[in-house]
Ligand binder design. Structure first.
Ligand SMILES: [Zn+2]
Length: 375
C-alpha cells in the first residue's frame, strides 16, 4: 500500500486525515450499488441522495474506528502521524509501536469495539426511522456493515486489529516481541491463503465469480499487508536506538571550492576511493561534489574547471545531524531520494551519510536479526 497516492483532507482532533485514491473508486461503487439494491417506490434523486448520505456515513464510521485507535495511542503517549482511508478501510499511522503488550492490546481492541458500538447506534436509528422505509433500510445496512467491519478486523491475522491483539497476547505470554510478531504474521498469512482458497472454490464450484474474486482480492491484500507489516516491525526492532552517527562516513575529506577538478581527482578521489565530497570553508558547508558530476566534465577541462563550477550549492542540499533517528530519516529519504547527505553538528560538517552505507548497514542488521530468529 503506497501511502503517497493519497490526498490530505484536513485535520480531525489535530490528526491529519488522508484519502487514498482507491477510496474514490469504492465511494462511487458503493453509492451506485446502494441505489441499485434499495429501489422501492422512491424517486431516483431521493435514492441517489440517500445513497450518497449512506456512503458518507460509512466513511464516517471508518474514520470513527480509526479515531478510536488514535485516541488510545495518544492517551498512551504514542503520536499519530496520520489516518489514511483506502479501499478496505483505514490505517492509523502511529509513529512507534507500543512498548507494553497491554497497551498494544488496548489500542487494537478499541477499533472493533467502536465499530460494534456504531452498529448498535445505527440499528437504533433504523428502529426510530420505521416511518421512512428507505432511510430505515440504509440505516440497517450501516448497522450490519459496521458489525462486519468489527468482525473482519477481529480476524487474528497481523496486521488486522485481531492480529495485533493476538501478538499482544503472545508477547505477554512469551515476553518476546519478535516471536509474537512472527507468530501473528504466520497466522495472518494462513488466513490470507484461506481467503484465497475459499474464493477460488466459490468461483469454480458455485460459479459465483464476483464473490469469489472479491475474497481472492481480500486474501491477496491481507497477504501483502502481513508481509509489509512484518518487515516494518523487523526494521523498527533492528533500528531502535540507531542514529546517523552510527552509520555515517566520518572520514570523508572536506574540499575547498577553488580546487581544480584535476587536483581533486589526484589528491582525493584516487587515494581515498570515495565518490562524494562536502565542499567547505573552515568546516562550514558550501556545497557537495560527487564523482558523477565530475564524470560529466571532459578530462581536457579538468585543469580549468573548479569545484565551485560543478558542485551542488549548500542551499540545494538536504542535510542531517548526528543524533537524527535512522528510522525517521529513512521515511524522509524514501520521499526525497538523497544519495549523500552532509552531517552537520554545531554548524560544522562532521561527515556524510551515504545511502549505500545505510543500505549495507540495514542488510547486515537484517541478516543478523534473521539468525537470531532462527536460534
Ligand atoms: Zn482497526
Amino acid at each position: 500500500m503506497n501511502m503517497r497516492h493519497s490526498i490530505g483532507l484536513g485535520r480531525i482532533f489535530g490528526i491529519p486525515l488522508r484519502l487514498h485514491y482507491t477510496w474514490f473508486i469504492i465511494f462511487v461503487l458503493l453509492t451506485i450499488s446502494l441505489v441499485v439494491y434499495f429501489p422501492g417506490d422512491y424517486p431516483l434523486e431521493q435514492r441517489i441522495l440517500s445513497g450518497i448520505l449512506t456512503s458518507g456515513l460509512f466513511f464516517a464510521s471508518i474514520v470513527a474506528h480509526e479515531l478510536a485507535h488514535s485516541a488510545l495511542a495518544i492517551h498512551n503517549h504514542i503520536a499519530v502521524k496520520d489516518i489514511t482511508l483506502f479501499v478496505f478501510g483505514g490505517v492509523s499511522q502511529i509513529t512507534r509501536e507500543a512498548t507494553h503488550p497491554r497497551t498494544e492490546f488496548l489500542i487494537a481492541v478499541v477499533g472493533p469495539l467502536a465499530s460494534l458500538a456504531l452498529g448498535g447506534i445505527f440499528y437504533g436509528v433504523h428502529l426510530l426511522l420505521a416511518a421512512h422505509p428507505l432511510l430505515a433500510a440504509f440505516m440497517l445496512w450501516l448497522a450490519i456493515i459496521n458489525v462486519i467491519l468489527a468482525v473482519f478486523n477481529l480476524v487474528p491475522g497481523f496486521p488486522l486489529d485481531g492480529g495485533r491483539m493476538l501478538r499482544a497476547i503472545v508477547w505477554q505470554r512469551t515476553n518476546n516481541y519478535q516471536k509474537a510478531t512472527s507468530i501473528a504474521t504466520k497466522v495472518g498469512r494462513g488466513i490470507a491463503y484461506a481467503f484465497i482458497a475459499v474464493g477460488i472454490v466459490i468461483a469454480l464450484a458455485y460459479h459465483s465469480w464476483l464473490n469469489g474474486l472479491w475474497l481472492v482480492f481480500i486474501g491477496w491484500f491481507l497477504h501483502d499487508a502481513a508481509r509489509a507489516s512484518y518487515q516494518q516491525a523487523l526494521l523498527r526492532e533492528y533500528l531502535s536506538g540507531i542514529t546517523v552517527r552510527h552509520v555515517m562516513d566520518h572520514g570523508c575529506p572536506l574540499v575547498a571550492r577553488d580546487f581544480s577538478l584535476r587536483d581533486l581527482a589526484q589528491q582525493y578521489i584516487l587515494p581515498t576511493g570515495r565518490t562524494c565530497f562536502p565542499v567547505t570553508r573552515e568546516a562550514e558547508l558550501e556545497g557537495m561534489i560527487t564523482l558523477q558530476q565530475i564524470g560529466k566534465i571532459s578530462k581536457a577541462k579538468w585543469d580549468s574547471t573548479l569545484v565551485q563550477d560543478v558542485m551542488t550549492p549548500a542551499s540545494k542540499l538536504k542535510t542531517t545531524y548526528p543524533d537524527q533517528d535512522i528510522l525517521a530519516l529513512l521515511q524522509e529519504m524514501n520521499n526525497e531520494i538523497a544519495n549523500h547527505m552532509p552531517v552537520i553538528e554545531r554548524g560544522k560538517v562532521i561527515g556524510v551519510l551515504n545511502r549505500e552505507d545505510l543500505n549495507r548497514f540495514l542488510r547486515t542488521r537484517t541478516s543478523l536479526g534473521m539468525m537470531r530468529l532462527v536460534n
